[in-house]
Write a protein that binds this ligand. Sequence first.
Ligand SMILES: [Zn+2]
Length: 221
Amino acid sequence: MFRDFISLIFPQNCINCQQSLNSEEKFLCISCKIDLPFTNDFQNKENDLFKKFSFESKIKSAGAYMYFYHGGVAQKLLYHLKYHGKKEIGFILGKWLALRLSQNRYDLVIPVPLHKSKLRKRTFNQSAEIALGVAEHVNAEINTELIERIISTKSQTRKSKVERWANMQNVYSKIGVDLSGKSILVVDDVITTGATVGMLCERLVEANVESIHIAAVARGK
Ligand SMILES: [Zn+2]
């Protein structure tokens, strides 16, 4: 029990394979790090994720660092980040993600916001922790207040399909400032359908941004 207690404070095992870590390794052992299910999104502009956003010409690129599988390593990492409050995982994932980006000039990094009820429950936004790591690497300003999530997924599930669709238009608050000429990097933890990120991008377009780039830690295949 004592050992469990100690390892809870100082996680010494790989989140993926449970093997003990050396002092150089963080959260993942080196072999699990090398074996991550990487995408080649950042080498292939016309990747499957980018295709989801082809409706909006201001979205210039989209990519995820790795694939998300149920029971896979991305799920384990993000679980520890979200539910065990291991914010450092977010920061490190953000740095890894930033190293893949083909462009390095952004005016603003915007993490996909959580609805305030979720934020209250979880106390922090996992995407904001990832964005901190990204922003530091690309040397850009991060803004978590520009846009707010005003409709939660929970309130959405109680509605009919038609109501949900109508509601989608207002998932995020309108942006009160003009962002003319700005290049924005939107950072998310996992992208599945891309529907909500798409709505966020619509708000950015309304605020006259110059270009939008989307980067996520993981995505569905
Ligand atoms: Zn491992």
